[in-house]
Design a protein around this ligand. Structure first.
Ligand SMILES: Cc1ncc(COP(=O)(O)O)c(C=O)c1O
Length: 456
């Protein structure tokens, strides 16, 4: 298993020099694959350094990031205020290596990561079989003037897992995939209005952010999750202009049967397309997403995140008649069929073919939330609850300042929790790790209460 060591390394407290950029330039990807076990790695260069002080803050990386990146991080949820709810919070913002469910920050501290890259990684960071497949794809040229055979193979294999998947179009990000699905639906129906519920990424069609033209916003009607009346009203009002009903099927909780059936019924009766955004649910709740356990099949769906265990890949899938509308519009990206992410997806599919990975994720998630729940109960803290579903659960604090402080304290004890959004279970969250999570959560809750008592 050539990459076993890579996978294991995050459990150590490797200590990179805070400012030593040169050491991060080197990657096993640059090396001869056959020699990778013997060659030095980034990790080796960090060995033997001193452990960073407990509250070491990566101020320097934060400042440098803000000087060159307009928001400090290209992924919104990794901005410091998104991570901690407060720009001045004490906690890491940048990492140098990740392995299993451990992440090593730029001061050399290792944390247990409960966020798993916003759900992009379910098998574990640097998972050896995925990594091996990716390295092989790199070794055989990750892109060329023709399509990689993997594009066809992975599309064929997706059809075995995803109920609505008769045809597939690959892209790179979830937002891109969702934009493509809506474009296909608009082309198929020759209509333009979309009714939707959920988060679909940053693209114009479903965004009310600054910079989105009013004419585009007017075509999108957002409705609250689970609100059947709002869904019926919005869909009927759009009537024969309705191109698509677009749902993120699971938001904090499983949907009611009525909500999903109503969406299906309305889309069919009004001649519109039903689209499920399975970015979070695909290869997590079920390999085939929410639709694999529902009594409803959408016309189109989009998968990503866990599909390639952290490699950039999105798949727009759907019924043949609807998907064929893609021929009448233009959806294309230079690197859409790039080999590395497809190879990674192949390894992910191998996992799902041979084991009940989603069952394991649900079990690990249940243990994680029970562990944090036990810590919460033992501390006697109030004003915080655990919500969500087992494979994706979250902490809900009544007071955001308490949440920030809890996150800081949990990090001091070695665990990174997600602020205001899902913690995701992975296969790397084993029993030992979950015990550590409970210990850290327990200490953080108790210290939070002690601090509060001191100030009153
Ligand atoms: C349900 C859902 N759809 C779409 C997206 C956008 O995906 P991406 O960030 O890869 O563009 C996300 C991202 O979190 C998501 O959770």
């Amino acid at each position: 298993m050539p990459f076993r060591r890579f996978f294991d390394r995050g459990t150590k407290r490797d200590a990179p020099a805070v400012e030593d950029e040169s050491s991060t330039d080197e990657s096993p990807a640059d090396e001869d694959l056959s020699d990778v076990e013997e060659e030095s790695t980034v990790e080796d260069e960090y060995d033997g350094e001193e452990e960073a002080p407990e509250d070491a803050v990566e101020i320097n990386w934060r400042e440098r990031a803000l000087a060159v990146l307009p928001t400090g991080a290209s992924t919104g949820s990794k901005r410091v205020e998104a991570l901690y709810g407060d720009e001045a919070a004490v906690g890491p913002t940048h990492y140098v290596s990740a392995s299993g469910c451990h992440v090593v920050d730029s001061t050399g501290r290792s944390f247990i990561d409960c966020t798993m890259a916003l759900g992009a990684v379910a098998l574990g960071y640097g998972e050896p079989r995925v990594q091996q497949a990716a390295m092989e794809a790199i070794g055989s040229g990750n892109v060329a003037g023709l399509s990689d055979v993997r594009e066809v193979e992975i599309a064929e294999r997706l059809r075995e897992h995803i109920p609505c998947a008769e045809m597939v179009q690959f892209l790179k990000s979830g937002a891109e995939g969702m934009s493509a699905a809506v474009r296909i639906a608009r082309t198929f129906t020759s209509r333009d209005v979309v009714v939707g519920s959920g988060y679909f990424g940053w693209h114009d069609w479903a965004s009310d952010s600054a910079g989105v033209p009013a004419a585009v916003r007017d075509l999108y009607h957002p409705i609250p999750f689970g609100d059947v009346t709002a869904l019926e009203t919005a869909a009927r009002r759009a009537g024969d202009r309705l191109a698509a009903i677009v749902l993120e099927p699971v938001v904090e909780q499983m949907p009611s049967e009525n909500w999903i059936q109503t969406a299906r019924g309305l889309a069919s009766s009004l001649g519109a397309v039903l689209i499920f955004d399975e970015m979070k649910t695909g290869f997590r709740l079920r390999a085939g997403g929410y639709q694999a356990l529902a009594n409803v099949t959408p016309d189109l769906a989009v998968f990503g995140k866990a599909l390639a265990n952290g490699f950039p890949l999105a798949a727009v899938v759907g019924h043949r008649d609807v998907m064929e509308a893609a021929r009448r519009t233009w959806i294309s990206s230079t690197l859409a069929g790039e080999s590395v992410a497809l190879a990674a997806a192949g390894a992910v599919l191998d996992y799902h073919d041979s084991d009940d990975i989603c069952g394991m994720l649900a079990t690990a998630g249940q243990s994680m939330r029970q562990a944090v729940g036990a810590a919460m109960e033992a501390s006697g803290i109030t004003g915080v609850r655990i919500e969500g579903i087992d494979p994706m659960w979250f902490l809900r604090f009544d007071d955001p300042r308490r949440e920030t402080r809890f996150l800081e304290l949990a990090l001091r004890h070695g665990v990174l929790f997600k602020r205001g959004a899902y913690n995701y279970a992975s296969l790397a969250h084993d029993e030992e790790t979950i015990t550590e999570i409970e210990r850290a959560a327990s200490a953080a809750f108790v210290e939070l209460l002690e601090e509060e008592q001191e100030t009153t």
